[in-house]
Design a protein around this ligand. Structure first.
Ligand code: SF4
Ligand code: SF4
Length: 213
């Protein structure tokens, strides 16, 4: 399939005016499909049935100056014109002014890509959060201690923690209470890991996870 992306002018020279594409000697071809696989521009087709032979289906898709397929072909079934035709075209069409402009555009694009990547990295570093609401017996702050141990050596932290118990004496006597807090980290992965551990802790302590958002 001829692809317009591949057949656009080569540094200002219409692609149709450049006779650079592979020529295939069908007799030498053993149908190994290396050319088909090595070419990223869909220049070749290879018949599925025997006798399996490669065919140059889209010659103008070929990248001017490339000869990879000829290099990898095990039977030297692929050939190209001499490189002088390219050098001649470069001189005739004085392509270097265009080449410099294209190089400048490429550098600009690269710079923009780098800026975009840096911005994306910064976004991924922003704080992420998960809110938990738990009900159960908090008996003498044992659960709170375990929660604190859980994140002690981790990057994640717990903020906005609120513990509501009916009475302090009641808490000691295992009266049910209510806790809410927010798990924070700069990495989403860290949030996922620590949230999993908190869920385990809730389960182990026979607490009820009322809400997780
Ligand atoms: S690499 Fe050579 S032998 Fe293999 S399919 Fe292509 S042309 Fe034929
Ligand atoms: S020279 Fe390169 S672009 Fe052209 S057909 Fe061979 S592998 Fe594809």
């Amino acid at each position: 399939m001829t692809n317009k992306k591949f057949t656009k002018p080569w540094h200002g020279i219409p692609r149709e005016e450049i006779p650079w594409f592979p020529t295939l000697n069908e007799e030498k071809c053993i149908g190994c499909e290396l050319c088909y696989l090595s070419c990223g521009r869909n220049v070749f087709e290879v018949a599925a049935q025997k006798p399996r032979k490669a065919k140059v289906a889209n010659p103008l898709n070929c990248m001017v100056g490339c000869s990879t397929c000829a290099t990898v072909c095990p039977t030297e079934a692929i050939s190209f014109p001499g490189r002088e035709i390219i050098w001649k075209l470069e001189r005739q069409h004085k392509i270097f002014k265009i080449v410099h402009e294209e190089a400048a555009a490429k550098k600009e694009k690269l710079k923009l890509t780098e800026l975009k990547e840096a911005a994306e990295e910064q976004i991924s570093e922003t704080v992420t959060r998960k809110h938990f609401e738990i009900a159960g017996q908090f008996g003498e702050k044992r659960f709170l201690k375990k929660l604190s141990d859980l994140i002690e050596n981790e990057k994640a932290d717990i903020v906005d923690l609120q513990l509501k118990v009916p009475t302090l004496k009641g808490m000691k006597e295992n009266a049910p209470g209510f806790m809410r807090f927010t798990l924070t980290s700069t990495k989403m992965e860290e949030i996922k890991t620590q949230a999993g551990k908190i869920r385990e802790l809730i389960k182990e302590n026979n607490m009820v996870l009322v809400n997780e958002t």
